[in-house]
Design a protein. Structure first.
Length: 287
């Protein structure tokens, strides 16, 4: 068996094209979707992420506000800027690029962003809404995984009733991923570094989602034949190339479908951020 590739680039492009059409209709009503992006410091990876987000905004037709602050910016200064953006009616979404310099507490910053402008989906109120099944912004990477599963393989991947194992329990991916899969009626197990007999647990999965941030941790021995494998990990290998948490070459011979790294989950994160921005604008304009 050779797995069918779930193409995140193509699916994310479809989502951005759909948003572009819907955004044009909003503009006809005099509504401009606006995302404010804050970058503190000059971390090279963060600069790339911010640049990609700006490009996506430009393509879809959003207005993008950029705030590039020096690395020695104080927490008080950053919180003041966030408060100003919270109170601006012309701003729909606020994104503070992580990680932040050590003098700034990330949780304090996340909590400071108004929940109705928290397009990253990190605010406790949005996380709580996800937990109890209410409307709110969902963390972009797990939301992107759901779209990969629904749109990939010509829509032939069934989630309902399937056994899903998520390897990783982070607040940004693992935990919200489990809640979203439950929402889709999967039976969910969260595995992690302390899980006993990890290979056996993973091998139960019809859908295996790897999100641990450890290169090549998931091997063919972890995967049931015919399983769908989603690789959320983005790591830098010894050769300098990007790789995932899954040993792609061997697992792709066992799985029925698999996401590549790069080109799988990564593009979906930005696509779902753009979707959250659109939803924020719709909400702020009571549409």
């Amino acid at each position: 068996m050779s797995a069918q590739i779930i193409d995140g680039k193509a699916i994310s492009q479809n989502i951005k094209d759909e948003l572009k059409e819907k955004t044009a209709l909003l503009k006809e009503k005099g509504i401009e979707v606006t995302l404010a992006v804050i970058l503190v410091g000059e971390d090279p990876a963060s600069q790339v992420y911010v640049r990609n987000k700006k490009k996506a905004c430009e393509y879809i037709g959003y207005r993008s506000l950029s705030y590039e602050l020096p690395a020695d910016t104080s927490q008080e200064e950053l919180l003041k800027l966030i408060d100003e953006l919270n109170n601006r009616k012309d701003v729909d979404g606020i994104l503070v690029q992580m990680p932040l310099p050590k003098q700034i507490d990330e949780k304090t910053v996340i909590d400071a962003i108004s929940p109705d402008k928290d397009v990253d989906g990190f605010h406790p109120m949005n996380v709580g809404a996800l937990c109890i099944g209410e409307q709110g912004f969902v963390s972009c990477t797990p939301a992107g995984v759901i779209q990969l599963l629904k749109r990939g393989c010509d829509g032939k991947i069934d989630i309902a009733g399937k056994e899903c194992v998520i390897v990783g329990r982070s607040n940004i991916v693992g935990k919200p991923m489990a809640l979203l899969m439950l929402r889709e009626n999967a039976t969910v197990t969260i595995a992690h570094s302390r899980t006993k007999d990890l290979k056996d647990v993973c091998k139960r999965a019809d859908i295996l989602i790897a999100a641990v941030g450890k290169a090549g941790m998931i091997t063919a021995e972890h995967v049931k034949e015919g399983a769908v494998v989603i690789d959320v990990g983005i790591n830098r290998g010894a050769d300098g190339k990007l790789c995932g948490d899954v040993l792609y070459d061997e697992v792709s011979q066992i799985a029925s479908a698999i996401t590549p790294v790069p080109g799988g989950v990564g593009p979906m994160t930005i696509a779902m951020l753009m979707n959250n921005c659109y939803e924020a604008a719709v909400m702020h304009n009571s549409l």
